[in-house]
Design a protein around this ligand. Structure first.
Ligand code: SF4
Length: 220
């Protein structure tokens, strides 16, 4: 293990303890290959499952797992469905048994930070699905919420805009046009992907949110 990896793993364990103190279940796995078996152990046969758009879920094989016949996947990505049907499935996802997503950032203080355009993802994290499973690479770990805000403006939103082909300020510049401003500073384009900002701190419902931190970089 490289010195950098040793440090990252130590920081991961600080975050795990802080997440648990905030009444979220928290797990650490060193590699992406260990994510699917852990997620499978947290699901029940027949569960209805919805997802927030996530490169991490694709990279870890979770997207493939939830399409198995064991589960009822509410698939808003199904080829050929209308935008209205996709939106309806997003609404159905708010009452799923399990919602799977990544996080834009996780702080060493045990907070999850998420920024959303359609806002179905932050809505589901906050309330609705019986459980929320968050899978995040070590690259999502930041010291504080201030760093989380910067991370989204510089490292998370711009590549997601490229991936989703959105017409936004950062699509032109490669960085949020509001990167010198506060949390909500940004472009005024209709395709903006930063519309709702959610900090998940201490939770009333213990272990409804489960965080799987992976010792490898994943997603943006
Ligand atoms: S507010 Fe606009 S420019 Fe800033 S990161 Fe979001 S989409 Fe990009």
């Amino acid at each position: 293990m490289t010195p950098l990896n040793v440090v990252k793993e130590k920081q991961a364990h600080i975050a795990l303890e802080a997440l648990r103190a905030n009444r979220m279940a928290a797990y650490y796995v060193p590699t992406a290959a260990e994510v699917v078996p852990l997620v499978r152990s947290l699901l029940h046969e027949g569960d209805s499952i919805a997802v927030g758009g996530s490169v991490t879920l694709d990279e870890t094989g979770v997207s493939e797992l939830i399409r198995s016949s064991e589960y009822r996947f509410i698939d808003r990505y199904e080829a050929g469905i209308s935008p209205e049907e996709a939106a309806q499935r997003m609404r159905q996802g708010l009452l799923a048994d399990t919602f799977l997503t990544s996080a834009n950032a996780i702080t060493l203080n045990g907070e999850l930070y998420n920024v959303d355009g359609r806002s179905n993802r932050v809505a589901a994290i906050a309330f609705g699905p019986k459980q929320v499973i968050v899978v995040a690479g070590i690259n999502k770990l930041v010291p504080t919420l201030e760093d989380a805000i910067t991370r989204v403006k510089t490292s998370a939103a711009p590549p997601n805009v490229e991936r989703l082909h959105c017409q936004t300020g950062c699509a032109e510049t490669g960085v949020c046009v509001g990167y010198k401003g506060g949390m909500t500073a940004g472009c005024r384009n209709e395709g903006r992907i930063c519309c709702s900002y959610l900090v998940s701190a201490m939770q009333r419902e213990k272990d409804r949110i489960k965080v799987i931190l992976v010792g490898e970089p994943l997603g943006y």
